[in-house]
Write a protein that binds this ligand. Structure first.
Ligand code: BGC
Length: 759
């Protein structure tokens, strides 16, 4: 049984203050690494550096290697050729490069710098290793559906092992932005809508990437991004403005960043968005007061890709020089891709616009971080062509990818126990994602290859199903000539339809905001036509965000959410389809009835006119055209067991300095083993600051054999009842709390209440 909880106060108060873990293997997650160690040689080195060399140490550029992936992923690099880039590095104009490809590139650049440059400061090699390097794991939001931070730590460790093998020192991950608006395409990169889940996965991912010793040749420096509140973009539009109260910022958005830094991440990335009128990249309050003064973060902050330069278009900086000045003064140590620091910092210092000490401080941090990574001792420590090959796509990492894949799958619905399927059934596999080497890895993969991933048709055949027809039926966003007729014929000839539909890789991720989070029209037409055959349908959704499901898809008897599962996609999905594995995933983001409900999150406030359950009552907080709830809420997910919750055992009062044990019995009355994620929610009925209708405080994953019952027990502490008072300081007030141990944020499960009494 995994018990996962975190004290809110600790999360709000800062590094090292995290407490209240109980019997958890993940307990060690929040133990921060030592603060920045700056050996004397670094100061001696800084004393020797010219202003130009200092600026160079603060400038990171996309790799120009072989027209590589970096330029395909981001706007075309305006940088020089690879040879030109080596010359820049030798001249001290670069601190390192990102999204290059492989140990050979790193070897060539590092060799030149270590042999020919004046000061021989090793380069740092960065990359977006988001959910795997060559072995691809499920997209982060999918992995969060496992409700197993320990799994995220293991996949991050495996990704670090592979990536460090290929010369990578630094990953731009984890992305810990809370996403409460599913129109935002970058939902797939984070851990969903909930703060606690966000904190736990942030910390786990940092620990996984960085390992125990950042200097080890399998450790990769983590980067907490995008600081801050990037996920709160107005109307879910990527890059859009963010306007938030300090309360919401501190209660909802900041805790996962803080948890990631507290777990020891030695770098962070400033976000593209503005917050309340000031771009994050120039936000002194965020980067000085919150990050350095309150949280005591010792590491480096890098801008996002041309984020400093973008302050010109945003109407905040006059020109490139001004943008560089604003960013460095606010605390952005390193500039990514704009080249503005190389171009302007020397003159800014000479003219007195930027104090020399500000630049020196950023250089000191940067060199100290390079030193922590072992780069001064062993500039080639992670650069080894043989090791790169040996560590790539090992049996163990592919097995982990399959494990993570099946744990990420969420079964939304299984009417009449349609699933699991019988291998001997006649299956019509239909839909644009039925087969083919596309849309398997997901939108944010730099180094993985879809061609090496297992598609659904292959997975189903690997599982031993022999009577399977495969029909595409439709394109993803465009119809396929004759597709629907062929799909209907295939369905008619089969016992059961597996309908593989959803979003392509290009429909979620960066810059892929959607006004309507529905399935594309041609796929809906396919679903409706296939449903008319009357054959039972299992919908297998591919998605990077929560979707609003309608019509034949919503009405299908069985629905699986499979996100983008990575290298072992098809095998992992087949494991669930045929019952080799009982689904255990839970939604980390609520599936609304309608797009117009967004932003939607389970922990909303009651309002003064809450809509009652049952028939509509006028003048209540409700939509005319959608229920006041999610179709499938946060925390929801079914298993192949039949899990019931008993009564809640809870004492009527909790003493001010006491603890409160709450428990219930979960029983699997079904015929198959399963794992249940029991979730502890509270609601503070009356407080000096209105509180959400429910808030997740802890969860247990419980293994249940057929017929088995287990007691699920949580210990509540006063800290877990805290919120930010009027003065934005953590507080607790005596009073009545509702409490649930439940299978989702909307289910009753085991319900009760207690009184927190003072004195
Ligand atoms: C993204 C970052 C990413 C960076 C470098 C930007 O467009 O916002 O998340 O790390 O590019 O690839």
């Amino acid at each position: 049984m995994t018990d996962i909880r975190i004290s809110r106060r600790a999360a709000l108060l800062g590094a090292g203050a995290i407490a209240a873990w109980a019997s958890s293997p993940a307990r060690a997650l929040f133990q921060a690494t030592d603060s920045l160690a700056v050996p004397a040689f670094i100061d001696a080195l800084i004393a020797k550096m010219t202003l130009e060399e200092k600026a160079g140490q603060l400038q990171l550029m996309a790799s120009a290697w072989g027209g590589g992936v970096a330029t395909a992923l981001n706007p075309p690099s305006t940088g020089p050729s690879f040879e030109g880039q080596i010359a820049d590095a030798v001249a001290g104009k670069l601190t390192g490069v990102f999204n290059g490809n492989g140990a050979e590139m790193a070897r060539r650049m590092q060799t030149a710098v270590m042999k020919q440059s004046r000061l021989k400061i090793p380069l740092i090699f960065a990359a977006d290793v988001i959910h795997g390097h060559r072995t691809i794991f499920p997209v982060p939001v999918g992995e969060a559906a496992s409700f197993e931070p320990d799994l995220a730590m293991r996949t991050a460790r495996a990704a670090a092992y592979e990536a460090a093998g290929a010369g990578i020192d630094w990953t731009f991950f984890p992305m810990v932005d809370i996403a409460r608006d599913q129109r935002w395409g970058r939902t797939m990169e984070g851990a969903g809508e909930d703060v606690l889940v966000g904190e736990l996965f942030a910390a786990a991912r940092v620990k996984g990437f960085q390992g125990k010793d950042l200097a080890a040749n399998d450790a990769v420096m983590a980067c907490i991004k995008h600081f801050a509140a990037y996920g709160a973009a107005e109307s879910g539009l990527d890059y859009n403005s963010v306007d938030l109260s300090e309360r919401t910022l501190r209660e909802i958005y900041l805790p996962p960043y803080e948890a990631g830094f507290a777990a020891g991440a030695m770098s962070g990335m400033a976000s593209f968005n503005e917050i309340n009128g000031i771009p994050a990249t120039a936000n002194k309050w965020l980067m000085q007061e919150v990050l350095r003064d309150e949280w005591k973060f010792p590491g480096i902050i890098v801008s996002d890709y041309t984020g400093d330069e973008e302050m010109i278009a945003a109407g905040y900086a006059r020109d490139g020089r001004d943008a560089a000045r604003l960013a460095i003064l606010a605390g952005v140590d390193m500039s990514m891709q704009s080249n503005l620091y190389t171009l302007h910092l020397p003159e800014l210092v000479r003219s007195g616009a930027v104090p020399q000490a500000v630049v020196d401080r950023s250089v000191r941090r940067t060199l100290a971080v390079k030193n922590m990574l072992g780069l001064f001792d062993k500039p080639f420590g992670r650069i080894d062509l043989k090791r790169e090959k040996a560590r790539s796509r090992t049996k163990a990492s592919l097995a982990l990818s399959r494990e993570a894949g099946r744990k990420a799958i969420v079964m939304l619905k299984n009417d009449g126990d349609l699933l699991p399927l019988d291998k001997s059934a006649k299956i019509a596999l239909i839909g644009p994602f039925a087969s083919g080497q596309h849309d398997l890895n997901g939108p944010w993969v730099v180094y993985g290859d879809n061609a090496q991933a297992i598609d659904l048709a292959t997975g189903i055949r690997n599982a031993g199903a022999r009577n399977v027809s495969v029909t595409l039926g439709s394109g993803v966003e465009a119809p396929l000539a004759g597709g629907i007729d062929a799909a209907v014929a295939a369905a008619q000839a089969a016992d059961i339809v597996v309908l593989a539909i959803g979003e392509s890789e290009g429909m979620s991720g960066e810059a892929q905001s959607r006004a309507d989070i529905v399935l594309p029209e041609p796929q809906m037409a396919l679903a409706e036509a296939v449903a008319k055959t009357g054959k039972p349908i299992v919908v297998v959704l591919k998605n990077g965000r929560a979707l609003a499901l309608h019509g034949a898809v919503k009405d299908a008897p069985a629905i699986l959410v499979t996100w983008f599962l990575g290298s072992e996609s098809g095998n992992a999905t087949a494991d669930v389809l045929f019952g080799v594995y009982s689904p255990a995933g839970r939604l980390p983001c609520s599936f609304p009835y309608e797009s117009g409900q967004e932003p939607y999150h389970y922990d909303h406030k009651a309002t003064g006119r809450p809509a009652p359950d049952g028939p509509r009552v006028p003048y209540k907080a409700q939509w005319r055209s959608a229920p006041n709830a999610a179709l499938y809420p946060f925390g929801h997910g079914l298993t192949y067991g039949k899990v019931g919750y008993g009564a809640l055992t809870v004492a009527p009062t909790m003493a001010w300095d006491g603890r409160l044990e709450v428990s219930t019995t979960v029983t699997n009355s079904g015929k198959r083993a399963c794992e249940e994620v029991a979730q502890l929610y509270i609601h503070d009925r009356t407080a000096s600051i209105t509180q959400p209708v429910r808030k997740l405080k802890a969860f247990h994953k419980v293994a249940l054999a057929p017929g088995a019952s287990e007691t699920v027990k949580f210990t509540l502490t006063r800290e877990m009842l805290q919120f930010l008072g009027e003065d934005l300081k953590p507080t607790v007030e005596p009073g009545t709390f509702d409490i649930w141990i439940a299978p989702s944020a909307q289910a009753d499960g085991a319900k009760g209440s207690f009184e927190l009494v003072k004195g």
